[in-house]
Structure formats: structure tokens, C-alpha cells
Design a protein around this ligand. Sequence first.
Ligand SMILES: [Zn+2]
Length: 192
Amino acid sequence: MTLPVRVHLVQSDTMPDMHTTLVEADVRRIFSKVNMVWSQAGIQFEIEKIVTTTAKPLPPEARVKLEHDRVHAMIPKTSLSASALDVCYVKNVKPNGFYYGEPVVVKDTASLKEVPDGLDEPLPRVTSHEIGHALGLKHRQDTVNLMASGTTGFSLNEAEITIARAHAQERLAKNGKRVLQDDEAAKHRGGP
Ligand SMILES: [Zn+2]
């Protein structure tokens, strides 16, 4: 099954940590490897579009304690997709990436501990790992697997494949419903 993704190259003139230097060719390369990783679960990701999303600085009075809340607050909600999985690349956050609800956030400076038969670069692995969380997977600390923290391993076990596929199926069903609802709304407005 194929899930749509919207990739955000987060930009900022004033906040270097919120300014990725990745370009479209990097994103295409990263996702070809993400798809290699996820092929073991029969799940593929299709880039719906690659957008540049300008981070908005937090107002000085904003008190956001948690790193992921702070980063999420700087990403404008209006640029997020209603149906595709949003993946945002930034330059620097504390962890390599995180998923606390959408969007997935990955830093382009991510680094990992290399393990035998691991992926050859960190970004596809971190992206695949965070997508794993988005598809309902928890950490499993076994060096060669995808859901271990901070390594280049990328294997999934049967239980993880079952969970991820069920989540992916649910996403697709929800998206289907959304499209149908949109059609209904169009009818009521007298549209085509
Ligand atoms: Zn994780």
C-alpha cells in the first residue's frame, strides 16, 4: 500500500536551527531509501509534494517548555496537509528527530551509531524511524532494528509489520472518507 507524504523544507532567515539546507534531490534520495526500508512491510511512501515552509518565530512571551512543542509551534499549521503524512526537515533540534503527533520532524544534521548491515546514511534511517512512530510503533532496543534508538539498523519484526500495516490501512481509510466528504460538500454547494 502507498501512503502520501508532504515534505517540508523548513526555512528561516532569523533562526538557523529552523533552516534546513537540504534540497529536492536530497529528499528524493532519502525517500528512495525510506521506501527500501519500508518495503519489508509492503508499505511505500509517495511524495505528494515538496514545499518550502517558513518557520514563524515564537512571540517573546510564549512559554513553551518542551522542545517538540516549541518546534511544532514554529511550523505554520496552514502549510500542513489534511491527508498526507507531513515530514518537516529542520537544521537542528535536540534529538535526531521526533514524532509527537504530526508533523514528523527530522534534523538534517542527524548522526547515528553505525551497526552491521545498517543504512549507509542517517537521514533515511531517522525518517523511517519517525514514520515508524507515526505508524504506531514503539521503541525496541535491539541494535539492528528500525525502532532501536540512535543506530543505523532498519529491520522490522512480524509484530511491527502487522501494527504498521494496520495503522497505514487506517490512514488510507480515513483519507478515503475525507475525499468522499469533500465530494459531498461540493454537491451541496452545487459544484461538480
Ligand atoms: Zn524514536
